[in-house]
Design a protein around this ligand. Structure first.
Ligand SMILES: [Zn+2]
Length: 222
């Protein structure tokens, strides 16, 4: 689940037209950004299964980034930041939108991950509905969230330049294609550190580009 998270950020632009898309994407992808940093720091763990070509998803030990309890805490922190820094619209709305963006990540991960997501700590109950075990359905759901988010984003804004017009579409379509095809054809052996470093670099680059393209669009206030 990568482009589904970007889909949420894109869709939320409708509710927060004057908040740069990069901030919404940082919120909706915060626990993944944290995950890759913690894996590189040796605090959390990515486990590459021997039958990755058949299974199509990794194993994780990620109690600090992806437990329900920690995600709720991050959501509250983002909500507080949103309320503190909101100047264009209601502090309560800013807090709710950013908190929802953070929490939406866990909810979407809950849908696709097998029971890997801890409720509180690594030894607590692990949950997940496991839609990744039926990859075409998981990808269909993710694609639908992404397409709806992108449509809402385009419908609630207009471009000021060609880069603003085509940039987001090209960027996110490329990310959608590479992430969905990448998961479908994944095969081992893969080094966990390389996965973490490349995933973190890709997220940072996409968020920066998305934020830059967003400045070239005029968002229509609701
Ligand atoms: Zn995640």
């Amino acid at each position: 689940m990568l482009i589904g998270h970007f889909g949420v950020a894109l869709g939320l632009k409708r509710l927060a037209p004057r908040t740069n898309l990069a901030w919404l994407a940082i919120a909706s992808l915060f626990i993944d950004l944290l995950l890759w940093v913690l894996i590189l720091g040796g605090v959390e763990k990515l486990i590459v299964p021997a039958d990755l070509a058949h299974q199509h998803y990794f194993g994780f030990e990620f109690p600090y980034s992806h437990s329900l309890l920690s995600t709720l805490i991050y959501a509250v922190c983002f909500g507080i930041l949103g309320a503190l820094f909101a100047h264009h619209f209601s502090r309560i709305a800013a807090a709710l939108i950013l908190a929802f963006a953070v929490l939406s990540h866990w909810l979407l991960d809950f849908l696709v991950h097998p029971p890997q997501l801890p409720v509180a700590g690594e030894s607590s109950t692990k949950v997940g509905l496991g839609l990744w075990n039926t990859l075409p359905i998981a990808h269909g759901v993710e694609l639908a969230i992404f397409v709806i988010g992108l449509l809402v984003y385009y419908r609630s804004s207009r471009s000021r330049s060609k880069t603003g017009k085509y940039g987001p579409f090209i960027l996110f379509t490329l990310i959608a294609a590479t992430s969905l095809i990448g998961q479908a054809v994944s095969s081992g052996p893969i080094d966990a550190t390389i996965v973490a470093a490349s995933s973190l670099a890709m997220l940072v680059i996409v968020i920066i580009l998305a934020g830059w393209f967003d400045t070239m669009r005029v968002h229509l206030s609701n």
